[in-house]
Ligand binder design. Sequence first.
Ligand code: ATP
Ligand code: MG
Length: 406
Amino acid sequence: MNYDYMLVRLGELTIKGRNRGKFELLMLNKIKQALTPYEKLAYEQSFGRVYIRLNGEDAEAVANALKDVFGIGSFSPAQRAENELGAIRAAALAVMDAHKPVPATFKMTVRRAWKAFPHDSQEMNHLVGAHVLRNTPALKVDIRNPDVELKVDIQPQGTFVYCTVVPGAGGFPLGMNGKAMLLLSGGIDSPVAGWMAMRKGLEIEAIHFHSYPFTSEQATEKVVSLTQRLAHYGGRIKLHLVPFTELQTRLAQSKQDHLIITLMRRSMLRIAEKLAEKRGALALVTGDSLGQVASQTLGSMNVIGRDVRLPLLRPLVMMDKQEIIRYAERIGTYETSILPYEDCCTLFVPKSPATNPNLRVVEGVERELGDELDRLIDEAVAGTELVVMTAEGREGKRSAVEDSWF
Ligand code: ATP
Ligand code: MG
């Protein structure tokens, strides 16, 4: 059926007051952005909804593009009719006729939001339902468990008839809740954490620590691809590539094998915090999940996150690996994440990393390094390179070195 409208319901409608207006405005912009290729669309916004007139654009293609837009509660391809009984009946019948597979039972739900319409919703249920039944031979009514729920929504600007409600991505429109830095490794978890942060309305900039030449260019390319995939949801994402080799090597020399991961993570967070400050971000996001590995026990998290002043957001902290993998598959990062390239942390993985590192010992090691640690951290920040990714690929060239990554 050639539906002529897409009816979009905004999510998180509990927000009130001034934020509500901001939410709706941002939402409309994000929807328009996602639907840029469909030039004939026309938009109207009212009461927590966006009505998109298709003007001949393909409803299925538009629906596909809407699925990934954060802040949408649900949407429905709909047929619009004038606010007049005959027209509404005709539209209802057309929508039912087009439904595949052919339903054996249905249920009518009329909502009269425009109170000036002469028949109330009860009357309309009968008037429209009877018309559909009369003209569809084998169809029966089933209130409890219908094959199809036919909805008729009478609004001031017209009546919308539909029978499908597609769940949206939920959350908030991107940027609604500020900006955070995402610590993005090449693994399965952190891209999912990034997607979840974006779904909550956070704009993200990604940070990746590499240990070139100990880690390969492919390892960095993998993170670049993951950022590109996230840009499918985030429009355009900045990726900061931090040279971590010297710092990592120096930390390894402290001969505290079992604490090396703890020490590295603390330094990563310090660098991330400095980058956050430069970029005006108010939180750090990681892919930590409680108990998954030694560095993600409660004891480790306590020592690793101890000195961070920005909120440290861990969207996956209470999730099981299988759930995280399902998300990774759904958002399209899994295939890339499981490519075998090494991460900087795997290089120095000790045989028995501490699951309960001692904060005083860790602080002692850092104190011994003293100014040198601060200097190495500052150098890493200063040596950071920037790549900007869109869903289509790299935008411009990497800032420091023109043609190669390193
Ligand atoms: P992931 O699948 O995200 O790599 P993981 O289960 O492998 O997670 P760790 O390697 O312990 O866990 O990393 C925990 C978190 O620390 C990651 O989710 C990520 O946020 C951050 N992190 C680890 N290594 C890096 C890196 N090289 N660059 C940026 N962030 C990193
Ligand atoms: Mg990892």
